[in-house]
Design a protein around this ligand. Structure first.
Ligand code: HEC
Ligand code: HEC
Length: 360
């Protein structure tokens, strides 16, 4: 009797423990606590670097940045991005996930996140405009469009270690409060080109005028590349050839050489993946290059290297011979770098000429 009573208590105890364990595990599975570091590594580190050191994106781990950035600023910047600049809008992250990322970003600094009063800064925006041309335009662009290129690594003048962000930008203006912009101008950001303007000889009133001027950008904000979808470049160019597969490959090489390219190599689509001799002989890629254009493109934006050398693919599919390439116009959209526009348009026209000559 005594032992059954004991067993009963024991079983109840075990049952309770099990319920607690599995219950809480179940709860964890349903409501996983977002892991800020993991989310940062997944969504941000490719651009902002491991530990916020910077890359295609500006560095985030700077003490002067973390000192002046409010949680709200960080949250809104992640949610809204910077339209027209390379910083994307993270529309599908949940609020808790964004908060977890923000908390993780704060672990790089031991300062407490700043809270700013909502009070707008009152100043004279006309005076601000004059001060802006004199003190800011060289880095942030005459119209606040931001420096050319992005972040710390790409297409920047060598004497400018970090590209100045766009200020006439819907995402920036929605995220930054007047008081935060003011604090940034007063303090500057040590270890970046952005100086403290109190130390540059401006007084508080000048800074208020500058903030009013920046706020006035809201009326004529740059919305980025808001071309209607139907005018956007198609991602691939596909032409049907009226020649046999082998003839088409020869035509393609001839057309590329005719357009001042040098043929680098040709290979079967799955060469190196399939056993030697067993490659798919109906799919071939021709690689070609023009070193002049290549150097021009790399000087503007070294990320173009990801898509070089130029390549065009010929495939025989269901009796048809197709000649295909990515659309070079897409590159300028993709890199969000308007300096590439002219070059990409030129490449697009050259590709069309090559594709036509190959297939007609
Ligand atoms: C020598 C170049 C340079 C000059 C001059 C300069 N800035 Fe900057 N500014 C920068 C850089 C670079 C950053 C980004 C720093 C960073 O990585 O956090 C920056 C950041 C900022 C930011 C924060 C923007 C953001 O997205 O975080 C504001 C606001 C700003 N600058 C306003 C101004 C104003 C107004 C002036 C003129 C009074 C000015 N800057 C002058 C280079 C400059
Ligand atoms: C594709 C590259 C890219 C990705 C991915 C990216 N960013 Fe950015 N981010 C940028 C660039 C570039 C800027 C500067 C905007 C400019 O030049 O106008 C920026 C700006 C920012 C700023 C403003 C910095 C300042 O000085 O005020 C914050 C904050 C930020 N990013 C956080 C994040 C976080 C957090 C993530 C991940 C959830 C992320 N970014 C993902 C490229 C990126």
């Amino acid at each position: 009797m005594k032992s059954t009573m004991f067993d009963l208590v024991k079983n109840c105890f075990i049952l309770t423990i099990c319920l607690l364990c599995f219950g809480s595990r179940f709860a964890l599975a349903t409501y996983p606590e977002p892991d800020g570091k993991k989310l940062y590594d997944l969504h941000c580190s490719a651009c902002h670097g491991e530990n916020g050191r910077g890359g295609v994106g500006v560095p985030l781990a700077l003490p002067d940045f973390l000192n002046t950035a409010s949680d709200q600023y960080l949250q809104k910047t992640i949610r809204l991005g910077r339209p027209g600049r390379i910083m994307p809008a993270f529309t599908s992250l949940r609020n808790e996930q964004i908060s977890a990322i923000v908390q993780f970003i704060h672990t790089w600094s031991d300062t407490t996140p700043t809270q700013y009063p909502e009070t707008p800064v009152q100043g004279d925006r006309h005076k601000g405009a004059q001060l802006y041309s004199k003190h800011c335009a060289a880095c942030h662009g005459n119209n606040g469009e931001g420096g050319h290129g992005t972040g710390v690594t790409y297409s920047r003048p060598r004497d400018l270690p970090i590209i100045a962000p766009a200020l006439r930008n819907a995402g920036f203006l929605a995220a930054a409060s007047d008081q935060m912009i003011k604090a940034t101008l007063i303090k500057g950001r040590k270890n970046t080109p952005m100086p403290s303007f109190l130390k540059q000889g401006l007084v508080e009133k000048d800074i208020n005028d500058l903030v009013s001027y920046i706020r006035s950008f809201e009326k004529t904000v740059q919305q980025g590349r808001d071309k209607p979808v139907e005018q956007q470049a198609k991602p691939t160019l596909v032409y049907e050839s009226s020649y046999s597969f082998e003839e088409t490959v020869e035509n393609l090489k001839g057309a590329a050489i005719g357009a001042n390219f040098r043929i680098i190599r040709e290979q079967y689509f799955n060469e190196g993946l399939a056993e030697p001799g067993k490659e798919d002989k109906q799919k071939k890629i021709v690689y070609f290059c023009n070193f002049n254009t290549l150097n021009q493109a790399l000087a503007i934006d070294s990320r173009v290297g990801l898509f070089l050398p130029c390549r065009i693919t010929v495939v025989k599919h269901k009796g048809k011979v197709l000649v295909m390439s990515i659309n070079p116009k897409l590159l300028s959209n993709f890199f969000n770098n308007s300096e590439l526009d002219r070059l990409c348009q030129q490449m697009y026209e050259t590709y069309l000429a090559i594709l036509e000559e190959t297939t007609l």
